[in-house]
Write a new protein. Structure first.
Length: 137
């Protein structure tokens, strides 16, 4: 019993160390991300958030019975209030896992994933491989 407890603790420590190492990465290959907020008239406070319409592409999953996010009145109100337009790529839950892997592998990434269920392992893997550096301008 004591041996299995020691092995469990040792395994947890190794997993934690590996996760910390994977997340810390090497800053030599890190690309600078350009701040484009001024291009859209970003406002520090109040609404709208930007003066010029900003269009972002979001990819995510939704249940079959949920309406398309583009047609939801709440989402349309957010767009009016913020001046940020979201192009939603609504994917059914049944195919999203496969599509998500294809999106990540292709390099044609959306600006954000919404309700994607990315696991800690996927985040560590794709950040270590430089996937996030493809988001730069």
């Amino acid at each position: 019993m004591a041996t299995s407890r020691k092995l469990a603790v040792a395994g947890a420590l190794m997993a934690g160390t590996m996760l910390f190492t994977a997340c810390s990465g090497n800053s030599k290959g890190t690309a600078e991300i350009k701040d484009s907020s001024a291009d859209f008239g970003f406002q520090q406070s109040g609404l709208p958030i930007v003066k010029d319409t900003l269009t972002l592409k979001f990819s995510g999953t939704k249940t079959a019975l949920a309406p398309d996010y583009n047609t939801m009145s709440l989402v349309q109100q957010w767009e009016k209030d913020t001046n940020v337009h979201i192009e939603w790529q609504n994917l059914p839950e049944t195919v999203f896992k496969e599509k998500k892997n294809l999106i990540l592998a292709s390099g044609d990434l959306p600006d954000a994933f919404f309700n994607s269920g990315l696991t800690d392992a996927e985040i560590a893997t794709y950040s270590a491989s430089g996937t996030s550096s493809r988001w730069k301008d």
